[in-house]
Design a protein around this ligand. Structure first.
Ligand SMILES: C[S@@+](CC[C@H](N)C(=O)[O-])C[C@H]1O[C@@H](n2cnc3c(N)ncnc32)[C@H](O)[C@@H]1O
Length: 252
C-alpha cells in the first residue's frame, strides 16, 4: 500500500479518538502526583497525536516509536505546526536517553503490546531509566477483570471519508494462560472514486493486566503505584472496565 494511503487510513481509523481530552486527563494525573512536571517523554508515541497536545500544554516533549512509518508521519505533522518535539525511532524495551524526564507516558495500550514478561520488564527498566526522582510513569492498558467479564467478540466496522472507505473485520481469541488476546484484523480499503480495492491483514497481540502483577513489576524497578483508575476518570477500576490507567512514581 502507498504511504499516503496508509496515513489517510490511520487518520480515518482514529478520527473519533479525542486526543485533546485524553491529554488533558493525563496532564491532570501528572500534575496531581508530580506537580512541577515540565518535561515528558511519550513511549510508543505513534504519529504524535498525544505528543502535540502535551506540547500545547507547555511540556517539553520527546516522542519515541518503533515504527518508521509512524515516526515519519509524526515528523510530517511537526512541519505543519511549528513544533519543537524531538521524534525518534526506538524500541521502548531498549531505548536509553542521556536526559531524564519529569513524566514518562505510554498511551493507547502500548504496554499491552508488550506481551511477554521479558518485554514488560525491559519496558519498565526503560521507564525507570528515563525518570527523575519522584517522576511519574503513566500508562493505560487492557484490564484483566474487564476482559474476562466481557470476553471479546467478532466485530465489523466501516470508516469512511471523502478519499477512502475502510471496512475492518476483527476476530479475537483469548489465551487464558498467557493473558493475551490475539486480534486478527482483515481490512479492506476502497479508494474513491474508482473504489479500487486493497486488502490488509494485521494481527495484534494484546496482553491484559491485573493490579498485583503491575505492583510486582513496579516494585522490581523502585516504582510505586500511586494511582490506578478507570480510563478517563478517577474511579476505582472494576470488572466492568476493559481499560484502566496506572500512575507509578519513582521512589526517592
Ligand atoms: C495503538 S498505537 C498508539 C500510538 C500512540 N501512543 C497513540 O496514542 O496514538 C501503539 C504504538 O506502540 C508502538 N509500539 C509497540 N511496541 C513498541 C516498542 N516495543 N517500542 C516502541 N514502540 C512500540 C507501535 O509502533 C504503535 O505506534
Amino acid at each position: 500500500m502507498q504511504f499516503k494511503e496508509y496515513a489517510n487510513y490511520y487518520n480515518l481509523l482514529y478520527r473519533d479518538k479525542n486526543y485533546k481530552e485524553e491529554s488533558e486527563y493525563i496532564n491532570t494525573l501528572i500534575k496531581k502526583f508530580a506537580p512541577h512536571s515540565k518535561s515528558l517523554i511519550d513511549l510508543g508515541c505513534g504519529t504524535g497525536n498525544h505528543a502535540f497536545q502535551f506540547e500545547n500544554l507547555n511540556y517539553e516533549v520527546k516522542g519515541v516509536d518503533i515504527s518508521t512509518s509512524m515516526v515519519t508521519i509524526a515528523e510530517d505533522k511537526k512541519k505543519s505546526c511549528n513544533s519543537q518535539i524531538d521524534f525518534e525511532e526506538g524500541d521502548i524495551r531498549s531505548y536509553r536517553d542521556s536526559r531524564k524526564y519529569d513524566a514518562v507516558v505510554s498511551l493507547f495500550h502500548v504496554m499491552s503490546y508488550q506481551t511477554s514478561n521479558d518485554d514488560l520488564e525491559k519496558a519498565f527498566a526503560t521507564a525507570k531509566s528515563l525518570l527523575k526522582e519522584n517522576g511519574v510513569f503513566v500508562f493505560d492498558c487492557w484490564y484483566g477483570p474487564g476482559v474476562l467479564t466481557d470476553l471479546p467478540v467478532s466485530r465489523k466496522k466501516t470508516f469512511e471519508d471523502s478519499v477512502l472507505r475502510v471496512t475492518r473485520i476483527s476476530n479475537s481469541a483469548v489465551d487464558f494462560n498467557t493473558n493475551i488476546v490475539t486480534v486478527d484484523f482483515n481490512i479492506t480499503i476502497e479508494t474513491k472514486p474508482t473504489l479500487q480495492e486493497s486488502e490488509l491483514h494485521e494481527i495484534h497481540s494484546m496482553r491484559y493486566f491485573f493490579r498485583p502483577e503491575i505492583m510486582f513489576l513496579a516494585n522490581l524497578y523502585n516504582l510505586e503505584i500511586v494511582g490506578h483508575y478507570q480510563w478517563m476518570n478517577t474511579e476505582v477500576p472494576s470488572e466492568k472496565d476493559w481499560y484502566c490507567v496506572f500512575i507509578l512514581r519513582l521512589r526517592s
